[in-house]
Design a protein around this ligand. Structure first.
Ligand code: PGA
Length: 253
């Protein structure tokens, strides 16, 4: 088993109310308890905006960080009904924000808009979890590399602070479907992404690249064969403390 730091990031999506602090609390306790055995891990939960402030106050943990799932590209305040800026997320206690998730792309987030959101989040010193991935149609047309390249090229630029960017490769066809990529194909794609990032951004060391899409406690171990994967973005299974904890446990088994 690798000794490299691995990320386990939960994406609650549109789930949860104030009573669900118990889920966060349980995951926090596990992370704290296992800090010596499973030392090299970072656990983050990206929650609905309405929960961040309250949960952050109750949690006060150095073992678990909280994040949000999207933001408006405008920095601070403005006439944007229903929107929340990165400044507001930061004030609420978010340390991370997911941007470019395919569920937001399908509602109109373009590569350019995502780029503006990334810039605004970095200005507020939030860490960005930038999602990229191809649709099933694009995969069938052998366009995966092309799509990933476009997403990287149009949303990231040389000027941004790469230390605060984590990439999550999430093939759209694998999200919530119980389908995962073939492991040897995935290894090639993760390497492709890391090389593209280095080339596009003209940097020597690639930002971290996570895998996301139908990760569960039964399949997580399969990914440990790919040393280039720096962790996981976990959707559905992060809504249950037991499922999320089992993913971490099984990965290190
Ligand atoms: P899933 O979602 O784990 O439920 O497939 C992953 C994601 O959307 O980030």
């Amino acid at each position: 088993m690798t000794n490299k730091l691995k990320y386990f990031i939960g994406n609650w999506k549109m789930f949860g109310d104030f009573n669900d602090f118990k889920i966060v609390n349980k995951i926090n306790k596990f992370t704290q308890k296992s800090k010596n055995i499973l030392k090299k891990k970072k656990v983050i939960l990206c929650l609905p905006n309405i929960l961040i402030y309250d949960f952050n106050k109750k949690l006060k943990s150095k073992f678990l960080s909280l994040g949000a799932q999207n933001c408006h590209p405008h920095d601070k305040y403005g006439p944007y009904t229903g929107s929340v800026s990165s400044f507001m997320l930061k004030k609420a206690g978010a340390k991370y924000v997911i941007l470019g998730h395919s569920e937001n792309r399908s509602e109109g987030d373009s590569n350019i808009l995502i780029r503006e959101k990334i810039v605004s989040a970095l200005k507020q010193k939030l860490n960005v979890i930038f999602c990229i991935g191809e649709t099933l149609k694009e995969k069938k047309l052998n366009k995966t590399n092309f799509v990933l390249n476009q997403q990287i090229k149009h949303s990231l630029s040389k000027k941004i602070n790469f230390n605060k960017i984590i990439i999550a490769y999430e093939p759209v066809w694998s999200i919530g479907t119980n389908k995962i990529p073939n492991i040897s194909e995935l290894k090639v794609i993760i390497k492709f992404i890391k090389n593209k990032l280095k080339k596009t951004l003209k940097i020597k060391k690639s930002p971290l690249v996570l895998y996301g899409g139908s990760v569960n406690s039964n399949n997580v171990k399969l990914f440990s064969d790919i040393k280039e994967i720096d962790g996981f973005l976990i959707g559905g299974a992060s809504q249950s403390s037991n499922k999320f904890i089992d993913i971490i446990k099984n990965y290190y088994k």
